[in-house]
Write a protein that binds this ligand. Structure first.
Ligand SMILES: *[C@@H]1O[C@H](CO)[C@@H](O)[C@H](O)[C@H]1NC(C)=O
Ligand SMILES: *[C@@H]1O[C@H](CO)[C@@H](O)[C@H](O)[C@H]1NC(C)=O
Ligand SMILES: *[C@@H]1O[C@H](CO)[C@@H](O)[C@H](O)[C@H]1NC(C)=O
Ligand SMILES: *[C@@H]1O[C@H](CO)[C@@H](O)[C@H](O)[C@H]1NC(C)=O
Ligand SMILES: *[C@@H]1O[C@H](CO)[C@@H](O)[C@H](O)[C@H]1NC(C)=O
Ligand SMILES: *[C@@H]1O[C@H](CO)[C@@H](O)[C@H](O)[C@H]1NC(C)=O
Ligand SMILES: *[C@@H]1O[C@H](CO)[C@@H](O)[C@H](O)[C@H]1NC(C)=O
Length: 216
């Protein structure tokens, strides 16, 4: 715990301007660092050339510039979601395809995303949906979006590599995203442990940050 506090402090103090970049599926537009604090990195409208994405057994990849972070993924079934409002349930809550879960390390990450398991109404073969990444490395929320068409029979191309690396490790042990790799981190086990971890860890982490900021 003490170690985690120091690691976190170092992260907060030295990388307040760090960001994250979604690499797969492709975001709405090229990464725009200054606008990442805004809805969908300030790409307000859905693209017309959507990416196909697997209804089941998909994954996303991103680069983290923070050593300690949390990530959630919101989902909208609106054809052209233009606001955070469009990523909510009928009762006005944020609609999560993946709840907040913590991660550690800079570099490339590959995170399983089985949309069919979310039970969200309208998530089905041939549906147009948009996912919005909510990333927080301790210095505020950052957002990127990807517009998708879901498919029962689409698998992520093997050219998309699925592996986790760190800033120090050369993530060249990439297993080059074969389908067996992408399906290996079984969504249920990974995300359930991730979710329970985040429920315990996230308030603690933000509590610590608040305490640190107050102390400073
Ligand atoms: C999905 O979006 C594409 C591109 O915007 C559009 O051409 C298509 O009609 C949409 N499909 C459905 C089912 O709404
Ligand atoms: C959509 O078009 C843009 C602009 O031409 C391009 O950069 C992007 O790669 C395309 N996306 C897909 C999923 O084909
Ligand atoms: C999407 O968001 C806009 C702006 O908040 C709102 O006017 C519109 O009703 C929303 N669309 C749907 C389908 O919820
Ligand atoms: C990469 O790390 C994330 C977050 O720690 C985890 O959810 C995911 O399952 C890992 N992916 C692989 C391919 O091990
Ligand atoms: C999606 O989930 C439903 C049950 O919730 C299941 O019947 C269906 O086979 C799943 N589809 C895919 C592509 O896995
Ligand atoms: C995949 O599914 C889509 C949508 O249901 C369909 O149009 C297409 O023909 C299917 N492709 C293959 C190779 O089965
Ligand atoms: C990463 O690569 C560099 C140069 O290729 C090498 O010197 C270093 O030992 C590698 N680090 C690890 C953790 O493999």
């Amino acid at each position: 715990m003490r170690f985690a506090t120091f690691a976190l402090l170092a992260g907060v103090v030295t990388v307040v301007n760090a960001h994250f970049q979604v690499s797969y599926p492709p975001p709405r537009g090229p990464f725009d660092e200054d606008n990442e604090v805004n809805f969908c990195d300030n790409y307000v409208n859905a693209v017309s050339n959507r990416s196909e994405f697997p209804l089941s057994g998909g994954f996303v990849t991103l680069n983290s510039e923070h050593t300690s972070w949390s990530l959630a993924i919101l989902l909208s079934t609106v054809q052209n979601p233009i606001s955070f409002n469009n990523f909510t349930t009928s009762s006005g809550q944020q609609q999560f395809a993946r709840n907040f879960a913590s991660g550690s390390g800079e570099g490339g990450f590959c995170i399983p995303l089985d949309l069919n398991n979310t039970g969200i109404s309208g998530v089905q073969d041939n549906a147009n949906v948009t996912i919005q990444f909510l990333f927080n490395g301790g210095d505020g929320s950052l957002y990127q979006c990807a517009d998708l068409t879901l498919s029962n029979n689409f698998t992520v191309p093997s050219s998309v590599s699925c592996s986790n690396g760190t800033s120090t490790g050369n993530s060249s042990t990439s297993t080059s995203g074969s389908q067996s790799t992408s399906r290996a981190p079984s969504a249920s086990s990974t995300s359930s442990s991730g979710n329970s971890a985040s429920k315990v860890a996230t308030p603690g982490v933000f509590g610590l940050i608040a305490a640190v900021i107050v102390a400073l």
